[in-house]
Design a protein around this ligand. Structure first.
Ligand SMILES: Cc1ncc(COP(=O)(O)O)c(C=O)c1O
Length: 403
């Protein structure tokens, strides 16, 4: 055992999410060796970032935009984000309510650090995106998870949420749309959450990174519900909507007082976002609505493609997503646990998917497939998943495991 002494904080950063990516790492390594693998384990859009965005970054670099910038993000960018947020939600915010952060992930982390204390409780759903556990625990607050209802396509269970909230509850973190389930909250569910949070003086942290990729469900922003606004943090980014995962550009929309705390946190942690990235973000928000719409349509088509290829496959059940770039498959009828299914699928068919138990206990018995890649690869991945499931049937080789 190491004699070095590390902080309690470092220990809180471990956990379920940190170890979830083993198969994904193996798949990337196999792909780089030239092996025929299909990577369906990650939500990184295969689209190129729109050319106008890359050009704006190049132009800014050529113009020498390579120095320190403002702690909260540049005024022009914050004004654009505020205007976009106002137009979408009706919430009366301006640049003073916006802080630019390196991706929604950093936004979630900053929200946790600004809101949570040891002894507090912070609530999120189970399942939810793998980083939430460490992100919430980082603050020292206790993580409390509320299982989503797997019998109703993983809708939120309001009774269980009600039972989990108490006067120690400091915040409720909700990914809406959710990753990995692809579920979008209904307005009546959101009103319930808002009332519950208000009664207990808790914040709502709304992670809306997939808000531009909603296919058929009506989508409501928490910020559109007036009663939510006093203690609301909205987190979003360009990662998914603009195929800009590697640019690390996200934002938080918060009450002005919290923006001042975030400025101090940015000062201590980051000292401002790169100027050329912010120039690119301005171009993305001003000029790329057409590309965003086209990518949403591509994800919708891929969702439908995956559904049509897998919905009638005996042995797995598809959880049809309303949004995003992921779908959960119930693999419990194969008799394999999610992790075992994922490992064997990779070994036998060269397809990488994630064991959904990485997203929480409620994900056990499921795997998550991503439809971020091109249609042909997705179709081939689905074909191989079917072939693998078929091979588990009685009479198909030795592995007669299908119930
Ligand atoms: C629900 C959810 N929130 C946040 C993030 C992080 O996004 P970003 O790239 O903006 O940090 C992801 C990334 O997959 C996600 O799925």
């Amino acid at each position: 055992m190491s004699q070095q002494r590390y902080s309690q904080f470092v220990r809180r950063l471990g956990g379920r999410g940190a170890g979830a990516w083993g198969i994904h790492g193996r798949a990337l390594a196999a792909r780089s060796r030239g092996e025929d693998v299909i990577v369906m384990s990650v939500g990184d859009p295969e689209f190129d970032t729109p050319a106008t965005v890359a050009e704006a970054a190049h132009a800014a670099l050529r113009a020498g935009d390579t120095h320190y910038t403002d702690m909260r993000g540049r005024q022009a960018l914050r004004e654009l984000i505020a205007a976009r947020h106002r137009a979408r939600t009706g919430q009366d915010v301006d640049a003073g309510n916006v802080v630019v952060v390196p991706g929604a992930q950093a936004g979630l982390f900053c929200a946790s650090m600004c809101l949570g204390n040891p002894g507090d409780e912070i609530i999120t759903t189970d399942p939810v995106y793998t980083t939430y556990e460490a992100t919430i625990r980082a603050s020292g607050a206790t993580l409390v998870t509320v299982p989503l209802d797997s019998t109703r396509r993983f809708r939120i269970d309001l009774e269980r949420l009600d039972a989990a909230v108490n006067d120690r509850t400091r915040a409720i973190f909700l990914a809406n749309p959710n990753n990995p389930t692809g579920t979008v909250l209904h307005e009546d569910e959101m009103n319930f959450v808002v009332d519950l949070a208000a009664r207990h003086g808790a914040w709502i942290v709304a992670d809306e990174v997939y808000a531009e990729q909603v296919f058929d469900a009506p989508f409501v922003h928490f910020a559109s519900l007036e009663r939510s606004r006093e203690r609301l943090v909205t987190v979003s980014s360009l990662s998914k909507s603009h195929a800009m995962t590697g640019w690390r550009l996200g934002w938080m929309v918060v009450p002005a007082e919290m923006a001042a705390h975030l400025e101090n946190l940015m000062l201590a942690m980051l000292y401002g976002m790169p100027g050329f990235i912010q120039a690119a973000a301005i171009a993305a928000l001003r000029e790329c609505d057409g590309e965003v719409d086209a990518m949403r349509e591509a994800y919708r088509r891929r969702r439908d493609l995956a559904m049509s290829q897998l919905a009638d496959c005996r042995g797995i059940g598809c959880v049809r997503p309303d949004a995003g770039m992921f779908m959960l498959l119930d693999v419990s009828a194969t008799g394999l646990a999610g992790g075992e299914f994922a490992a064997r699928l990779f070994e036998e068919q060269g397809v990488s998917v994630l064991d959904a138990a990485a997203f929480g206990v409620a994900g056990e018995g499921y795997v998550r497939i991503a439809f971020a890649g091109a249609d042909e690869r997705l179709a081939e991945g689905c074909r191989r998943i079917r072939a693998f499931v078929d091979s588990l049937r009685p009479g198909a080789g030795q592995a007669a495991q299908l119930r």
